[in-house]
Every structure is written in structure tokens, then in C-alpha cells.
Design a protein around this ligand. Structure first.
Ligand code: 2NF
Length: 235
């Protein structure tokens, strides 16, 4: 007979541990979002969402998280963003959110239920215990790219992009040498999961003077969709 291992009291991993009061924050943010921010979602079951979120990573190896781990959570949240209202961002988090705070019909991922709940939180568990690890969580420095947080963002970002339709927008940082970074979530995941039959235009807003440095534009406003005649320019 094996007792579950007690949580380590030393730092097992290099990253910071699960955010203190993780479960309460998830529940509170879920209620804030569904009751106050988007009351049309008031019938969502936040207790269930919290339970399913915790189940998606507890008692599992935190270097072996998978997209499937988050499928039940994604299905519970089941939120549709209207066509023409999706806003991606890369290295422009503050600015993009300032913009969607004013333009409330627009949605970044963090303006959807799951993005709102998880933004800036950290979480992980352990395969040998059913406890939350508040001490430390693995990162890429631990040679652990399939950690629960990274896999969560890759999975929900992919789904967010797959669901996008009409004209979609991306806010990029024109003060960097490369506003479009292929290694970012936008460059690695989101752009590759837009459906050409649904998304006819990707409009990039390349914002200059972020951080006060102006550099030449290297990115055009429209990604070509060969099937759509109105879209004539490419990357
Ligand atoms: O934390 C978020 N809210 C978040 C994280 C990852 C991805 C949001 N996203 C979604 C958003 F919806 C945007 O459309 O992807 C887009 C932004 O990601 P990006 O990688 O293109 O932009 P960055 O400014 O380079 O990164 C944004 C934040 O996400 C973290 C990164 O450290 C920064 O704090 N991040 C990016 N990739 C990962 C990853 N694989 C990541 N954190 C963990 N694992």
C-alpha cells in the first residue's frame, strides 16, 4: 500500500508555484465575469467550472499536460465570439486591453470567460498527489514545455483562433525589430489556426511608439486568402 506523497517543502521546479487562493480566484473571477461583465452568461455553473479546471491538472504529471486535459473545461465554457469581433495581440497586452475596455463589443482572449479566469495566474499539481503545488511549478527552464499553464494557453488560443470569423484583428508592437514573432503564441498557434473559409481578412494594427521607440513597418495589413477576392495584399 502506498500513501500519497506529501507535497514537497522544497522548491521542486524553477517557476513560481500556484497562485495563492487559486481555487477561490477562479471561482470569484467566474462569478464576476458571468454575473457582471457578461450577464448574458449568468447561467454558467461557476462551481462546476472551478471543479473541472482543478481536475484538468490535479494528480497529473505537470510536464505532461495535454490539450485533451482542457477539453472538458473548454466545453463547459462554450462561449462564441461574434464574427468581426476577435482581437489577437502579441507584445501589446496593455494596449490591446485598453482598447477593448473602451470598445466593449471586441474580444481579446482575456475578454472571454476562460481567458478572464486564467489571466496572470499560475497553477500546477503533481502525479503523486491530489494537492495543488503552491511551492513551485515547472517552466521551459525545467525542460518542461508541456506544463499546465503553457498547454492551457496554447489550447485556448488555438480554439479562440479556430472559432474566429469575418474580419479579425491583431495588435502588434511596431517598436520591436520584428512586430511579427513566429515563436509567439500569435505566430506559432493563432495565425495557423484561422480558418481561411471563415476569416476573409486579418487586419494588423502595428502600433508604434510603444515604449517610445519608432521603427519601420515590416508588416502589411492583410493576410492573403486566395479564395477571397477583396483581400489583395499579403505578409
Ligand atoms: O497570459 C495570457 N493572457 C496569454 C498567454 C499566452 C497566449 C494569452 N495568450 C494569447 C492571447 F490571446 C494573444 O492573442 O496569445 C496571444 C498573446 O501571446 P503571444 O505569445 O503572441 O504574445 P506575448 O506578448 O509574446 O506573450 C503574452 C504573454 O503570454 C505569455 C508570455 O510570457 C506573456 O506574458 N506566454 C506566451 N506564450 C506562452 C506559453 N507558451 C506564455 N506563457 C506560457 N506558455
Amino acid at each position: 500500500l502506498m500513501w500519497p506523497r506529501s507535497p514537497p517543502n522544497h522548491k521542486e521546479w524553477q517557476g513560481s508555484g500556484t497562485t495563492a487562493h487559486f481555487g477561490d480566484i477562479v471561482l470569484g473571477r467566474c462569478y464576476t465575469y458571468t454575473q457582471i461583465v457578461r450577464p448574458e452568461l449568468r447561467d454558467k455553473d461557476c462551481q462546476k467550472i472551478q471543479e473541472v479546471f482543478l481536475k484538468s491538472f490535479l494528480s497529473k504529471d505537470p510536464c505532461d499536460a495535454t490539450e485533451q486535459d482542457y477539453q472538458p473545461l473548454i466545453e463547459l465554457a462554450n462561449q462564441t465570439v461574434p464574427c468581426n469581433k476577435t482581437v489577437f495581440w502579441s507584445k501589446t497586452k496593455e494596449l490591446a486591453h485598453q482598447y477593448t475596455r473602451v470598445q466593449q463589443a471586441l474580444f481579446t482572449l482575456e475578454n472571454t470567460l476562460l481567458g478572464y479566469i486564467a489571466d496572470d495566474l499560475s497553477w500546477c499539481g503533481d502525479s503523486g498527489s491530489s494537492e495543488i503545488n503552491y511551492q513551485s511549478c515547472p517552466t521551459r527552464r525545467d525542460n518542461c514545455s508541456s506544463n499546465p499553464v503553457s498547454v492551457f494557453w496554447n489550447t485556448v488560443s488555438k480554439r479562440f483562433a479556430e472559432d474566429a470569423c469575418g474580419v479579425v484583428h491583431v495588435v502588434l508592437n511596431g517598436s520591436l525589430n520584428e512586430a511579427f514573432d513566429r515563436r509567439s503564441t500569435f505566430g506559432r498557434v493563432e495565425i495557423h489556426n484561422l480558418h481561411p473559409k471563415k476569416v476573409h481578412t486579418l487586419q494588423a494594427w502595428v502600433m508604434h511608439d510603444i515604449g517610445g521607440v519608432r521603427r519601420p513597418v515590416r508588416f502589411l495589413q492583410c493576410v492573403k486568402n486566395p479564395e477571397h477576392p477583396s483581400c489583395t495584399s499579403g505578409i
